[in-house]
Design a binder for this molecule. Structure first.
Ligand code: PXP
Length: 237
């Protein structure tokens, strides 16, 4: 079964626009779970422009599903992760000023750095995932560095999907096969949507988790959160 993890950063962005507590990030996360999400993802950044550190601490004792914290593994981020001990940490190579993550790791270039961070997280009993492009060498080095899983960066798939779905998904099938042969679990995320998710899933049904934020929260404006989550889950069947 492929789990749907809802990335709630956009909910925090909306809350932060007014400075108060509407919408309440914890309530939305718990409602996502109630409506069928199998996980919650947050991406705290150093400037706290979306999710704040305090949100991460507030969420941890209340979530009943998988908690995934993603972000750039700066010392402050790793400190937060080790204190909170989520089910999974996803290492993302985004700089603090970046609007959103727009590439996977160069796991070869950052091999020593990633190996050390992965060992720290693994020793703390936290499952690790490394955000990578659909690139055999990057996946091989993620495995060598000690990752439990890779998260495939699906923005190129989403962009190419509209023109040619088969061609768009082909490199991801190859990448997922390589990851599987190396014993890595496979997650996926970025720009997955109601339009492109089912085709991705049908071609790589052994994916363990998709994490989806932007499109899902946008769809919820029209469909409501409960129906939206059900629709995304329907794409994973
Ligand atoms: N996975 C990672 C590593 C991300 O950085 C993001 C965006 O924060 C997502 C998944 C979710 O992407 P989207 O918001 O496009 O669904």
């Amino acid at each position: 079964m492929t789990k749907l993890s809802v990335n709630i950063n956009k909910v925090a962005t909306l809350r932060n626009a007014r400075g108060g507590d509407v919408p309440n990030v914890v309530k939305v996360a718990l409602d996502c779970e109630r409506f069928g999400a199998e996980g919650i993802t947050v991406h705290p950044r150093p400037d706290e422009r979306h999710i704040r550190k305090s949100d991460v601490y507030d969420l941890k004792p209340l979530l009943k599903t998988e908690f995934n914290i993603e972000g750039y593994p700066a010392p402050e981020f790793i400190d937060l992760v080790l204190k909170v001990k989520p089910h999974q940490v996803t290492l993302v190579p985004d700089s603090p000023v970046q609007l959103t993550s727009n590439s996977g790791w160069d796991t070869k270039l950052n091999y020593d750095f990633l190996t050390e961070i992965l060992e720290t997280c693994n020793n703390a009993g936290i499952r690790t995932s490394v955000f990578v492009s659909a690139d055999a060498e990057m996946i091989e080095y993620a495995a060598k560095a000690g990752a439990d899983r890779v998260e495939l960066y699906t923005e190129p798939y989403a962009t190419a999907y509209e023109k040619n779905p088969e061609a768009a998904v082909a490199p991801f099938i190859a990448a997922a096969n390589i990851a599987r042969s190396l014993g890595l679990g496979i997650n996926a995320g970025h720009d997955l949507s109601l339009l492109n998710l089912n085709f991705f899933y049908k071609n790589i049904p052994w994916i363990e988790e998709v994490s989806i934020g932007h499109a899902l929260i946008s769809d919820a404006l029209y469909l409501g959160l409960e129906k939206t989550i059900q629709e995304y889950k329907n794409c994973l069947r």
